[in-house]
Design a protein around this ligand. Structure first.
Ligand SMILES: [Zn+2]
Length: 461
């Protein structure tokens, strides 16, 4: 199915509004009210849930309109925290990215389990070999049936995590994992494929939240690293979770680890240093899993950590918007270049931009959400989009201590969030990608905006 951006969004909203039968809904509420009881919520508890979202039929990906080959399964993993009436849910999906209409619809569904919408963070691993849900101009295919299936499975994983919740302790560990490269400074996939290349400016921090559950006498892990999930490069015409799925699988095979959830960091300009066939993906994943285990050694565990979460509206600033005249001349040139009956994505962009300007759409800023989570002395910034690593690093530096920065969360149609110095240099992340995720580029002020808003939010927890 082909969509323009508007019908694409509308179709998502229509799907979101589809109601669950009332009887089923009531049964769910009754079942999960059990957790509201005072005796149950007095202590800090954590639980884990996992759901398979591997498609059972051909689906569109960012590379192809129809992919049937499954190289490895894809999952949703969820950690649920509860303490003194407060609940926090962190969800990770083996998907490229998710748009607001999707994450909002899921959060709405989760209210039926008694979880407030502003206590849910949804992160994507940014694997490129997954079914396409987000709008990306030129690859607008999506599959409503699959999207609904993912929503149901996500809710299922949260239910499972809630049912699994039990008394737990929490600790934080970190280590440098030299596995990523700055693709804007050093080179992209076709230029970099060895661990010996220089890295450029990178965020190598691999962070681990270790959650020890007393009833299972096992640990659940949430680990965070910043690198595009692009190690599957030899044959990308498959469904694969890429390295995050492999690393989680390897960790979950350890006798003392019950569950391992990957969260993608600020990886807008971070690529993996190696990529290729399945052997290379496994090799990369093994190294990452070993760093996770190293980061876990000697972690001191804390009982009854303070649990808090805030969700805040932000308004991301647009940059220079071209005039209708400028767009018209680009459109005329693109139309002249058109050789096949399939319009190129830049031609599609020019048509959409013309229409938006003629419709009088305002381009001052875009609404999105930032989230902050506190888990004892651990602070997590949950940010939308493909955030450049320098922004994550600046947030970590200004807060100090145990800080994790997650990109690819909740409103990923905001696309790339580059640093100010990249704007005059141009390139894919600054110029082209904004036309594929939406229409127009950000202001260079967006770097400072991200850092200052995230720092303020984390400090307020
Ligand atoms: Zn990307």
């Amino acid at each position: 199915m082909q969509f323009d951006r508007r019908t694409f969004i509308k179709s998502g909203v229509a799907t979101a509004a589809m109601a669950i039968p009332i009887a089923a809904e009531a049964a769910e509420v009754a079942q999960f009210r059990l957790f509201d009881q005072k005796s149950d919520s007095a202590y800090f508890a954590a639980g884990f849930g996992k759901a398979d979202i591997t498609p059972d039929r051909p689906v569109p990906t960012i590379w192809d309109s129809s992919v049937a080959t499954v190289m490895d399964p894809i999952h949703i993993r969820t950690t649920y925290f509860r303490s003194c009436g407060e609940q926090v849910v962190i969800v990770s999906c083996d998907l490229l990215a998710l748009p607001t209409w999707f994450t909002d619809a899921v959060k709405h569904d989760l209210t039926k389990l008694g979880i407030p919408q502003d206590r849910v963070a949804i992160n994507c691993s940014h694997t490129h070999t997954a079914p396409q849900i987000i709008f990306f101009r030129g690859t607008e295919s999506t599959d409503d049936t699959y999207n609904n299936f993912v929503k149901e499975r996500l809710v299922q994983s949260v239910k499972e995590a809630m049912a699994d919740a039990g008394p737990a302790t929490v600790g934080f560990g970190k280590i440098d994992a030299p596995l990523n490269v700055n693709r804007v400074q050093i080179g992209r996939l076709n230029q970099v494929n060895t661990l010996e290349t220089p890295t450029g400016r990178v965020d190598q921090q691999l962070s681990v939240i270790r959650i020890y559950q007393s009833k299972s006498q096992k640990a659940g892990l949430i680990y965070n690293f910043a690198a595009h999930a692009l190690t599957v490069s030899a044959n990308p015409h498959v469904i694969s979770a890429d390295y995050p799925g492999y690393t989680s699988g390897m960790l979950e095979a350890e006798p003392d680890i019950k569950f391992a959830q990957f969260t993608q960091g600020c990886a807008g300009n971070m690529n993996p240093r190696i990529h290729g066939d399945q052997t290379v993906t496994s090799q990369f994943a093994r190294m990452l899993a070993d760093y996770v285990k190293k980061a876990c050694t000697g972690i001191s565990m804390h009982s009854d950590p303070k649990l808090a979460m805030k969700t805040q509206a932000v308004h991301l600033p647009y940059g220079k918007i071209p005039s209708l005249q400028e767009v018209n001349s680009i459109l005329a040139a693109d139309e002249k270049k058109m050789t096949s009956s399939e319009p190129s994505w830049d031609l599609l962009w020019a048509r959409a931009a013309k229409k938006a300007l003629e419709d009088g759409r305002k381009f001052k800023n875009v609404d999105a959400t930032f989230q902050g989570i506190r888990l004892g002395d651990i602070k997590i910034a949950v940010l939308p989009g493909e955030v450049f690593a320098e922004i994550g690093l600046a947030i970590k530096q200004r807060i100090g201590g145990n800080v994790i920065t997650m990109g690819y969360s909740n409103n990923d149609e905001v696309g790339y969030i580059p640093i100010a110095e990249q704007f005059p240099l141009g390139g894919y992340e600054v110029e082209n990608a904004p036309r594929r995720y939406d229409l127009f580029p950000w202001s260079p002020k967006i770097e400072k905006y991200y850092v200052s808003r995230a720092v303020k939010l984390l400090r307020s927890l």
